[in-house]
Ligand binder design. Sequence first.
Ligand code: ADP
Length: 494
Amino acid sequence: MEQKESDVSPVPVEKISLREKAFFIEKNFFMERALEMILMFDQKGNIFYGNMAAGKKLEYEDKLCGRNISDIFPNTFKTSEDGFETDFAFEDKVENMVAYRKNNTCFPVEAKVIRNEEVPNTYLCVANDILEKEFLSREIEQVRQEAQQAAKVKSEFVANVTHELRTPVNGILGNVRELLSEEVDSHIEKGLRIIERCCGDMNKIINNILDFSKLEAGKFTLELRRFHFRNMLDYVKAQHINKITEKGLGFFMTVSPQVPEYIVGDELRIVQILNNLLSNALKFTALGKITVEIFRTAQINDKVELFFIVSDTGIGIDQADKEKLFQSFSQVDASISRKYGGTGLGLNICKQLVELMGGRVEVESEKNRGSNFSFSAWVGVAEEDMALLQEEDKSALTPAFSVGFGDGTKDVDPIREYGTRENQENLKRTLSKLILCVEMENWEKAEMFMETVKQLTEGAPREVSRLVLRLKMAIQKENYDKVTAEYNGLIEMI
Ligand code: ADP
């Protein structure tokens, strides 16, 4: 409905004191520098303030005062002797209007016009140039597309170059191996062995860069197939065992009986993650041992979650440096790369691969006390192996504790069935023995009780299993404070 503003509140314009207007404007220093156009006008439509943006965009510079609002928005405001008329609803709402410049050219704006509460009978108009806004968002979109394109070109370039590098490196490697298969002088053989090792290292770097660029470009897909899990672990072990023994380190690998014989997953990539964690453990450990443990921590239908822990007793990592570990091209400090080599890509690739497998990588470490890298991964169990898995589950539950109820359906021992009264009592008893051993610093015995705790919590909810694993790691590291913290957490959960 058409509204005649002057009819609504007939206050003559001269009654609005100049001091009042000046005070208001002065107080609003930030308005002057705002990016939006800001205009103030009185009941007759006379503009008494226009900020810098308004002066510039409407091309009046500092001559806006004294013009009428109908000069700027002639389609929205009409003026007469008595005041201005408008259909405009003075609400806190954005409307589209057309603004006219001094030279009568126009441009669309979105604007709000409200009654100015601070100076009675005056109005405040805030307007934004839509064309400029659209232009800016088009420009942003263009920059975004250009950046995307540049990233694509970069990863294609990296992929091509690394691919091209592979051919000559493999050419050198092939020839070196052929020469090595013949009778050669011992000093020549020594040289050839060095070239062979260098080519192997170069191939590793090339493969890492290729994987990294594929993962970054989102072009990486897992190749799922059924494979024998423990054979895969033997293969991993075989690749490291010589170097481990050369360094005089101990090596232990344990696989929980709950882990299926066969799984469906990307074998190559699981090997790659384990190899990377083991190479690091080996690289950064001079004394002590390396252990690999694998558990089944959850199952949903034909999917199981496997939990891997690779621990070492090496140089460890500072709390502050842990954040950096999984970033690309990141090594803890420059001296590490000088002393131990590497590109700082391995853990980042591991993290991305593990995430593709629906899992997470975590690290627990203390400077000079070793590190535990753990990761989870969801893998499948083929239909033909499901029955076998259920059989294995049963037999893993029965042996030592079996009391046998005789009818074949109730042959699960209540002590071993997580959550039963017998199980919980036993668990609490074992845990109190364990903590006693820890208090007496008999770590070996504590590890023994830990084994029983692990058996008693097979099939426990995930949060409990996780706490059990953390307790185990803390015991392995002989860290009293951590053990008591994890112990208290576990006691509260069961
Ligand atoms: P790199 O190829 O350089 O080893 P990674 O991403 O595999 O790259 O490792 C990054 C950095 O993390 C290493 O340079 C090292 O500083 C630290 N790091 C990784 N594993 C261990 C470990 N087991 N013990 C101590 N530091 C480690």
